[in-house]
Design a protein around this ligand. Structure first.
Ligand SMILES: NC(=O)c1ccc[n+]([C@@H]2O[C@H](COP(=O)([O-])OP(=O)(O)OC[C@H]3O[C@@H](n4cnc5c(N)ncnc54)[C@H](OP(=O)(O)O)[C@@H]3O)[C@@H](O)[C@H]2O)c1
Length: 231
């Protein structure tokens, strides 16, 4: 079986950990990201998810390679996470985040669905903030809620195609995005987790693989957050 895993943001963090797991399982793996992942076993198409022309070009490049693949796992992982609020978020900045986090994934869906064989999957990396909100993350919260909507639409529109979908919602995971966002507050964040630690990126990656290989999870929203303490 010739299988491919295509991930946005496979160069770092959750995406890189997931890419490595798929590569180790024999998938041909390609990261759509600005920088190339380290390691010869992961391919790269230079892509900027904030630039739809770049995303469309990546989609076309993938379509030309797809003749070699019987199944494709498409993982929408890369996302922008800005500090902003409903009171201050400007239309242009909102559009920028929605483009990267929602419109770019849909552009890739549209490009790849026609070449995805039965057993393929479209997996979305959401967030705890896909189903709840915190202050100061308006555009991220909205885009992640929208991602669950896009996943549910995918489930309905792929009926009869043999393509399944799910949204995996990580909690606090030890990556550059988290550390950039919380700064010195890592200890506070960790104290909000029942397990008293951050999630390792490969813990999320293992769940992504489970979703890819289990069509019974079609339409599922899976929260993977070690149990967050509500305050
Ligand atoms: N870490 C957490 O605690 C956490 C919690 C909940 C949800 N998530 C979600 O998990 C996903 C991955 O997050 P992460 O923490 O692993 O982030 P990360 O460590 O910061 O990695 C982000 C990845 O996205 C890529 N990326 C960023 N901007 C891009 C752009 N403009 N164009 C193309 N690629 C871009 C980066 O590649 P390049 O820089 O090479 O482009 C990198 O591979 C995101 O959807 C995030 O919302 C994370």
């Amino acid at each position: 079986m010739r299988r491919a895993a295509v991930l946005t943001g496979g160069s770092r963090g959750i995406g890189l950990a997931t890419a490595r797991l798929f590569a180790a399982a024999g998938y041909e793996v390609i990261s759509l990201s600005r920088s190339a992942p380290l390691g010869a076993d992961i391919g790269h198409i230079a892509t900027d998810i904030t630039d739809l022309a770049s995303v469309e070009a990546a989609g076309q490049s993938l379509v030309t390679r797809a003749a070699h693949w019987e199944q494709i796992v498409l993982v929408h992982n890369a996302a922008l996470h800005r500090h902003d609020t409903v009171a201050r978020l400007k239309a242009d900045d909102f559009l920028h985040v929605l483009t990267a986090n929602l419109v770019a994934p849909q552009a890739l869906n549209r490009a790849l669905v026609p070449v995805m064989g039965a057993g393929s999957s479209i997996l979305y990396i959401g967030s705890t903030l896909a189903e709840k909100a915190v202050a100061g993350a308006a555009s991220y919260v909205v885009s992640k809620h929208g991602m669950i909507g896009l996943m549910r639409a995918t489930c309905q529109d792929m009926a009869g195609r043999g393509i399944h979908t799910a949204c995996i919602c990580p909690g606090f995971t030890d990556t550059e995005m988290l550390r950039a966002h919380v700064g010195d507050a890592v200890d506070i964040i960790t104290s909000m987790v029942t397990a008293g630690r951050l999630i390792a990126p490969d813990e999320i990656g293992r769940l992504v693989r489970v979703c890819a290989e289990n069509p019974a999870l079609n339409g599922a929203v899976l929260h993977a957050n070690l149990g967050q303490i509500e305050r």
